[in-house]
Write a protein that binds this ligand. Structure first.
Ligand code: CA
Length: 231
């Protein structure tokens, strides 16, 4: 083991931001690998196997979204987007590609470092127990991140697994919007309840026998959601 807390990959074409972040992350005890473009970022991700990646979207060769998708083909490492794109659509696109969090430029270094800590904590907290969840036609194995619907493989994104995992840790109990958002997306997203509506709909579409009449992913109007599993 090295003396570093973790290795952080920084895919960013702006030299000043890269140097500044490298210094700030270094002070916090992280080892930093710098990549100045998307192609380099993809190579560094696979050769250095970082614990977390910070990815800019506006890169000179390819879009940062391609870097994220590429990493997601083989790794569940936390990916934090650092981008000037501030529209909700851009954020959802990044989350869809597999990003775990999103920081908009210009950013505060204190906030960015806090998000890095949260993302790394999520990674460290392994799901409890090895048992799979039985949800009507589906079996969800949170540990192996594998889902079967009537014996056929169903793909869930990393965020969807985190959402199911968070609900499953409080199986049968109501989990508030605030808690879900903070657990799955980070404490700064506590007001973004529309994320939950979008993702719960996707989970119901994928996992419920009748998504219009959910039996497992239940809405507690105005409060949160509750996951009910079969015995
Ligand atoms: Ca850029």
């Amino acid at each position: 083991m090295s003396d570093y807390l973790a290795t952080v990959l920084l895919v960013e074409d702006d030299t000043e931001i890269r140097r500044f972040l490298h210094a700030a992350l270094g002070v916090e005890g992280y080892k930093v690998v710098e990549s100045a473009n998307a192609r380099r970022g993809a190579i560094d991700a696979s050769s250095h196997k970082p614990d977390l990646a910070i990815v800019d979207l506006g890169l000179p060769d390819f879009d940062g979204l391609e870097v994220i998708k590429g990493i997601r083909e083989w790794s569940e490492m936390p990916i934090l987007v650092l981008s000037a794109r501030s529209r909700e659509h851009a954020k959802l696109e990044a989350f869809d590609a597999g990003a775990d969090d999103y920081v908009t430029k210009p950013f505060g270094i204190g906030e960015l470092l806090a998000r890095v800590r949260v993302a790394l904590r999520h990674r460290a907290r392994a799901p409890t127990g090895g048992s799979a969840l039985r949800l009507g036609p589906c079996v969800v194995d949170l540990e192996a991140r594998r889902t079967l619907r009537e014996g056929r493989e169903v793909h869930l994104t990393p965020i969807e697994y985190r959402l199911v995992g968070c609900l499953a840790r409080h199986l049968g109990m109501v989990v508030s919007h605030r808690e879900l958002l903070s657990e799955v997306w980070g404490p700064t997203h506590q007001a973004d309840t529309h994320y939950l509506r979008i993702y719960l709909k996707r989970l119901r579409d994928k996992l419920e026998a009748d998504p219009m009449r959910p039996r497992h992913f239940l809405t507690e109007t105005g409060v949160g959601y509750r996951l009910v599993a079969d015995e």
